[in-house]
Write a protein that binds this ligand. Structure first.
Ligand code: B4P
Length: 235
């Protein structure tokens, strides 16, 4: 089956083991933008902890209530909450027989250890961490212009990729608007948190998981082709 956009065949079914990969990078580096396309191309699930948390907030759940304030301040949701959110999906990996792309998870070394243990317990492994490498000064304006669909979480940009009909999603017709945590103050905090809590993951995975650096100061298409090639070349 072709995905219609790239003409690439979806092919997880033909792989003899499940594809499990992570996409990490600073806030606004394009994790979500890439994750959607990569997951579609390879016929695997896309799991974004940011989207899951925003859904909990939208649904008014207890968990969403706990997460809302910290996210809007640019801090991370507590590890226990996020680990609990992804645990069930990891446990279902072998049962469903479908690969997984984790977008924005892990974000702390504690989350990393949780993930590697959970995947290892199933006799599987995380095949690669794609690290979207880009300097933070290029990202503030990008984040200030980001827009998302409240219904399907599709990502737009008010400057470089606006929806065709202003305020409405091209894909599902839902309302498109700015995110509460995309304000200058929260963005600054998110960069500090990234350096302090997320970047140490790169040292922690050394020699354990294949870390692939993807220069991310390029067009979404170039970045996509780079990641896609790496996955196709995996042993
Ligand atoms: P996320 O939802 O994961 O989002 P992000 O890091 O802000 O952005 P992303 O990198 O996905 O960028 P996007 O594609 O949208 O996190 C939000 C918050 O949730 C976190 O701060 C945290 O509080 C919480 N959270 C999430 N996961 C957590 C975890 N594991 N533990 C604890 N807390 C967690 O792209 C951004 C913009 O740039 C868009 O407008 C896009 O169109 C544009 N763009 C993308 N690629 C581009 C390119 N190559 N060139 C130009 N523009 C581009």
């Amino acid at each position: 089956m072709s995905d219609g956009q790239t003409g690439v065949m979806t092919e997880t079914a033909s792989k003899d083991r499940l594809l499990v990969v992570c996409v990490m990078g600073p806030p606004g580096s394009g994790k979500g933008t890439q994750a959607v396309r990569i997951a579609e191309t390879f016929g695997i699930d896309h799991l974004s902890t940011g989207d899951l948390l925003r859904q909990e907030i939208k649904d008014g759940t207890t968990l969403g209530g706990q997460a809302e304030k910290v996210i809007n301040q640019g801090r991370l949701a507590p590890d226990e909450i996020v680990n609990q959110m992804i645990h069930q999906r990891i446990e279902n990996l072998t049962g469903e027989g479908k690969g997984l792309l984790l977008d924005g998870y892990p974000r702390t070394v504690d989350q990393l250890e949780f993930l590697l243990r959970a995947v290892g317990d199933l006799g599987l492994q995380v095949q690669a961490f794609f690290f979207l490498d880009i300097k933070s000064d290029l990202l503030v304006e990008r984040l200030m212009a980001r827009m998302v669909c409240a219904q399907c979480a599709a990502v737009y940009n008010a400057i470089s990729k606006p929806p065709l009909r202003e305020g409405w999603c091209d894909l599902c017709g839902g309302r498109v608007g700015f995110r509460a945590d995309d304000n200058r103050e929260a963005i600054r905090k998110r960069f500090d948190v990234y350096l302090d809590q997320t970047e140490p993951i790169l040292d922690a995975i050394e020699g354990r998981v294949n870390a692939i650096r993807i220069p991310a100061d390029r067009s979404p298409q170039e970045i996509y082709e780079d990641i896609e090639r790496h996955i196709r070349e995996m042993p």
